[in-house]
Structures are given as structure tokens and as C-alpha cells.
Design a binder for this molecule. Structure first.
Ligand code: NAD
Ligand code: UFG
Length: 346
């Protein structure tokens, strides 16, 4: 039986960490990526960590016949679909880019998977793990958030995740042979403990942790804390930060469950604990030994006060739970940033 797993978007932040976790669990990962938001230098780093050549298919998930050829060539028993665009602000400015690449990319991949299943060349039932997001909960009525909370969207990025989730439901209804694990990530941060791979935003970071690390390394003068008048203990926004290593382990658990014959599922991948922006700043200062100057700024449009998971379902269904502390998330993010101030661009 093949142990190959195809990772679309596998050269990106979460995909690269998941590749290592899959390798360590005995799977043979193959990356499919067009490097639109990643750097080929990650491949050499992955080879150093795993001690193995990394198998890569360079191309676009939108190219259905090529994706089909990749599936026939590698015969994966499962696919993890990370590929897509993820910048909320850009999605508001350029919605068609998000509907095209995210929804179009998912349709293309699913059609290619269906084709190789239909003609009997696939080694197993079509098995997919999909990168969804806590963004599908919109502005939650309460916290912690369970998977049965109502879904909504506040921007085209979130809308694209919601549509893909619905597409996967329709596909399973039409064709119950599909095995699908939808993983709703909360706020992935941190880096591999080697310090060799990590998050490498191409532009000014939108997200808190990469911005904090760039302030600490001296690339930016201070952090803007967006809002200090939220109904939270210190007035700043509260999120469920999860170490990317825990997230990577969640993908291994999801694939093991699906390949072991489990029913399809949708689960939150979070720690179940919320931390405020100021708590993250303090934890980062403690882990790095560097000051992180900040100034309060107005609330950022579209932000919610609090967002954290109820993580019980993932534990019950997958036997998975997050293990790393906020201190470890900060220490590992700092090791990556301080060792690679310009990311993969060296
Ligand atoms: P990333 O941008 O680092 O990785 C995505 C990868 O997909 C990149 O390597 C990019 O080059 C590739 N890609 C994009 N479009 C492609 C296409 N058409 N064909 C082939 N490759 C393509 O992002 P990430 O943080 O690793 O996120 C991975 C997935 O997880 C995304 O779907 C994202 O929406 C989702 N997600 C991320 C977060 C987060 O905060 N990082 C939170 C929730 C969900
Ligand atoms: N924040 C700041 N200053 C910054 C950046 C962020 O104060 O420079 C604050 C935000 O206001 C928020 C918190 O830090 O309170 C976290 O913000 P992020 O941008 O890091 O993360 P979000 O929770 O806004 O969004 C992230 C991903 C989305 C995903 C969502 C799921 O960026 O793609 O988590 O919960 F949908």
C-alpha cells in the first residue's frame, strides 16, 4: 500500500511543517506548489531536517489536467489541500483573485481526484484533508467556539473557505466514497524548533506574531495594537494561538483517522485557550529577551473581540490535542526570525 501524501501548497508555512510531521510518521510527502507565496529555498531546509530529498511538483493547482497527471504519477493515498491565498485585506481589495484561486483551486483539485478515482487508477478512496479556518465562525456569539456554531463570512477570503466547506459537503452527499477531514485552524504561530523553517511573509506582515518578531529584530520600530477598548480583560483582542508544530501533528492525526476508515469530520484545531495581544507581547519579550515597543491604535476593521476554540471534538475523534505553550510558540518564532532576519531570501 502506498504511503504517499500529496500536499498542495506544501512549500508554504503550514505545509512545510506538516511535511516534516508526515515524514516523521512514516509517510512519503510530495509537494505540489507554484511558489506564488513561498520560496524554493525552503526545499533545501526541508531536506536538511528530514535527511531525505524532497519530492516537488512545481505548478498550479488550477491546471486540472496537470494535477491529474501528478496524481497518476505519485499515486497518493491522501491529499492535504493547503494551496490558496490567505490575506484578508487583499481579499477585500481583490475578491476575484480569492474566488478564482481558492474556490477554483479546490474545484480543480477535486475534479482531478474524482477523475483518477473514476477510472480506477487511484490506490484508495478519495481522501482529502482541507485547510479551513476559524474565520468561518465570523463574529461568534460566545466563546469557546464549538464546530456546530453558525457560520458566516465578513470578507471574500472567509467566504471562499465557507464555499469550499459547502462544496465538500455536497460532494460527500453525491458520492459517499469520499473521505474528507475539514480542519478549522485558529491562529497558527511559531516555527520548527530547528529554526530552519518558519513563517516568511513577503510583505508587511498582517498578522500579529510575524509583526512582533520583526519589531523585536529591529526591522520595524513598534507594534500597533489594534484596539484597547474591547470587552476583554485588558481591552485588547483575544485569540487562540496554536503552535504550528501542533497544527502539523493535527494533520497527521486527521490522515491517520481517514485512512483508518473513519467517517468524514469537521474539527477545530486550537488550544482551547485565548490570549490577548498584550499577553503575546509580554510572552514574546520574556522568550526573546528583547523589548517590543507598542502603541495603541484604533480597532482594525473586521476584527472580533474574542475568538478561541472548544478543542474537545478533535481530541475525541482524532486523539489529538495541542501541547505547546505560548512561551514555546514565542521562543520558536524568535529562533526562526533572529536566525533568518530576511526569511528565506537570506
Ligand atoms: P502560505 O501562503 O504560506 O502557503 C500556501 C501555499 O500555497 C504557498 O506555498 C503558495 O505558493 C501555494 N499556492 C497558492 N496558490 C497556489 C496555486 N494556485 N497552485 C499551487 N500552489 C499555490 O499559507 P499558510 O499559512 O501555510 O496557509 C495554508 C492554508 O491554511 C491556506 O489555505 C490558508 O488559507 C489556511 N489557513 C491559514 C491560516 C494562517 O493564519 N496561516 C489560518 C487559517 C487557515
Ligand atoms: N493585531 C494587532 N496588531 C497587528 C496585527 C494584529 O494588534 O499588527 C491584533 C489583531 O487586532 C487581533 C490579534 O492581533 O486582535 C490577532 O490578529 P491576526 O491578524 O494575527 O489574526 P486574526 O485573528 O485577525 O486572523 C487570523 C488569520 C485569518 C484567519 C483567522 C482565524 O489571519 O486568516 O486568524 O481565526 F481567518
Amino acid at each position: 500500500m502506498s504511503t504517499t501524501i500529496l500536499l498542495t501548497g506544501g512549500a508554504g508555512y503550514i505545509g512545510s511543517h506538516t511535511l516534516i510531521a508526515l515524514h516523521e510518521a512514516g509517510y512519503q510527502p510530495v509537494i505540489l506548489d507554484n511558489f506564488s507565496n513561498s520560496h524554493p529555498a525552503v526545499l533545501e531546509r526541508l531536506e536538511r531536517i528530514t535527511g531525505q530529498p524532497v519530492r516537488v511538483e512545481r505548478g498550479d493547482v488550477l491546471e486540472t489536467p496537470w494535477v491529474e497527471a501528478v496524481l497518476r504519477r505519485h499515486q497518493p493515498v491522501g491529499v492535504v489541500h493547503f494551496a490558496g491565498d490567505k490575506a484578508v485585506g487583499e481579499s477585500v481589495a481583490n475578491p476575484l483573485k480569492y474566488f478564482h484561486n481558492n474556490i477554483g483551486g479546490a474545484v480543480s483539485l477535486l475534479r482531478a481526484m474524482a477523475a483518477v478515482h473514476a477510472d480506477g487508477t487511484a490506490p484508495a478512496a478519495p481522501t482529502l484533508v482541507f485547510s479551513s479556518s476559524a474565520t468561518v465562525y465570523g463574529d461568534p456569539a460566545s466563546v469557546p467556539i464549538t464546530e456546530d456554531f453558525p457560520r458566516s463570512h465578513t470578507n471574500p477570503y472567509g467566504h471562499s473557505k465557507l464555499v469550499i466547506e459547502d462544496m465538500l459537503t455536497a460532494l460527500r452527499t453525491a458520492s459517499p466514497v469520499w473521505r474528507v477531514g475539514v480542519l478549522r485552524y485558529f491562529n497558527p504561530v511559531g516555527a520548527h524548533p530547528s529554526g530552519l523553517i518558519g513563517e516568511d511573509p513577503a510583505d508587511i506582515p498582517n498578522n500579529l506574531m510575524p509583526y512582533v518578531t520583526q519589531v523585536a529584530v529591529g526591522q520595524r520600530p513598534y507594534l500597533n495594537v489594534y484596539g484597547n477598548d474591547y470587552p476583554t480583560p485588558d481591552g485588547t483582542g483575544v485569540r487562540d494561538y496554536i503552535h504550528v508544530q501542533d497544527l502539523a501533528a493535527g494533520h497527521v492525526a486527521a490522515l491517520q483517522a481517514l485512512l483508518g476508515g473513519s467517517e468524514s469530520f469537521t474539527v477545530n484545531l486550537g488550544t482551547g485557550h485565548g490570549h490577548s495581544v498584550l499577553e503575546v507581547v509580554k510572552a514574546f519579550e520574556a522568550a526573546s529577551g528583547r523589548p517590543v515597543p507598542y502603541a495603541f491604535a484604533p480597532r482594525r476593521a473586521g476584527d472580533v473581540a474574542q475568538c478561541y476554540a472548544d478543542a474537545a471534538l478533535a481530541k475525541r475523534l482524532l486523539g489529538w490535542e495541542a501541547r505547546h505553550t505560548l512561551h514555546e510558540m514565542c521562543a520558536d518564532a524568535w529562533r526562526w526570525q533572529s536566525g533568518n532576519p530576511n526569511g528565506y531570501r537570506g
